[in-house]
Design a protein around this ligand. Structure first.
Ligand SMILES: Nc1ncnc2c1ncn2[C@@H]1O[C@H](COP(=O)(O)OP(=O)(O)OP(=O)(O)O)[C@@H](O)[C@H]1O
Length: 324
């Protein structure tokens, strides 16, 4: 169980004025700039839940994760994870958590991946049989067999990211923090990583907090989403609920032969290319079945599709709604 209550954190950064004289002066009397990163952040994540933590750049996501890992101490509020306060009981706490920062590596650059895994085993004092089983299971699941003897610096980003995830799981953590785990990956690697994260949550019951700017990750993996902006939690809800809140309208794309079809009154054309028309409409005014029947009867219809607002559009509208 993860419980954050009233967490606030402000960074204090020393101001460095330009010029030699000013630099000397600042050695004796320092001036500081205060950067509020989190204000009164509260949420609870139950065991085995997988939650998306989203928000624009600088919203406070990484700061929250650093507090939950025990790297940072908040100025006020409480954070309790599996009954422990991370920044007070760091050593015991890190045995229960795994962390992947997509932009940073926990693997040693010049040595083969397998050697990095051994070092991590030593650090966490993972028992030999448990370690062997984990390496075997995880390397098979993530298809890493061939690359274990390759130095990390020679791996592609997708290969490295899969190794990073395995490295974070060798000690069987109950909770996993993933900070942009699919950043920079190609479509195939993204799908492989997402599939693995889902299995981890379902089969091992790992509690997962996923931070990402990739709304496809959120769509594929999480039911519940926490939206953070300017250091505050603004929304805590289901992905479906958020989409409903943001857009009750639907988008219809029709492909046709012949002249441009006339939409039903109340439909708004969004885009019209050669033989393709995209319309937006409110299904409470025009039922979807009626819209499809109308075009089927009045147009030489080749194809039709109706979709909800995409997760990308939802995030953009949410950020706009909250002035982020
Ligand atoms: N070490 C630091 N020193 C000073 N200010 C910091 C530090 N780390 C973060 N900040 C500031 O705190 C605020 C929150 O940053 P944080 O990195 O938590 O946001 P984020 O949501 O993770 O952003 P991103 O999506 O860009 O990674 C920002 O204004 C950032 O500039």
């Amino acid at each position: 169980m993860i419980e954050l209550s009233g967490i606030s954190k402000t960074y204090r950064v020393a101001r460095r004025p330009a010029g030699m004289g000013n630099a000397l002066k600042s050695l004796f009397s320092r001036e500081y700039t205060l950067i509020p990163a989190l204000t009164d952040v509260s949420f609870t994540i139950r065991d085995r839940e997988m939650v998306g933590y989203i928000g624009p750049n600088g919203a406070g996501k990484s700061t929250t994760i650093k507090i939950m890992c025990g790297v940072l101490t908040p100025d006020s509020g409480t954070c309790v994870i599996n009954g422990r306060v991370p920044y007070r009981e760091r050593i015991a706490h890190v045995r229960d958590i795994g962390v992947v920062f997509g932009q940073r590596s926990q693997l040693w650059w010049d040595v083969p991946v397998a050697d990095s895994f051994e070092l991590i085993r030593d650090i966490y004092k993972v028992k030999e049989d448990r370690y062997r089983k984990n390496v075997n299971d995880l390397t098979e699941l993530l298809d890493l067999g061939d690359i274990l003897q390759t130095p990390v610096r020679n791996l592609s980003l997708g290969q490295r990211m899969r190794c990073e995830i395995v490295a974070s799981l060798l000690h069987d953590p109950k909770v996993l923090f993933l900070d942009e785990p699919t950043i920079g990956l190609d479509a195939v690697s993204k799908i492989a990583v997402r599939k693995f994260i889902r299995r981890l949550n379902v089969e091992r019951g790992t509690t997962i907090l996923l931070t990402t700017h990739d709304m496809q990750d959120i769509e594929a993996l999480t039911q519940r989403v926490l939206l953070i902006g300017k250091g505050k939690v603004l929304v805590d809800g289901t992905l479906a609920g958020l989409k409903k809140h943001i857009a009750s309208r639907k988008t219809m794309t029709i492909e046709y032969r012949g002249p441009l079809p006339t939409p039903i009154e109340g439909m708004m054309p969004l885009q019209s290319d050669d033989g393709r028309l995209v319309l937006s409409f409110d299904p409470s005014e025009i039922p979807v079945s009626e819209a499809i029947t109308y075009f089927a009867q009045n147009t030489d219809l080749l194809d039709v599709s109706v979709s909800d607002v995409t997760t990308e559009e939802m995030a953009a509208k949410l950020y706009k709604e909250y002035n982020l």
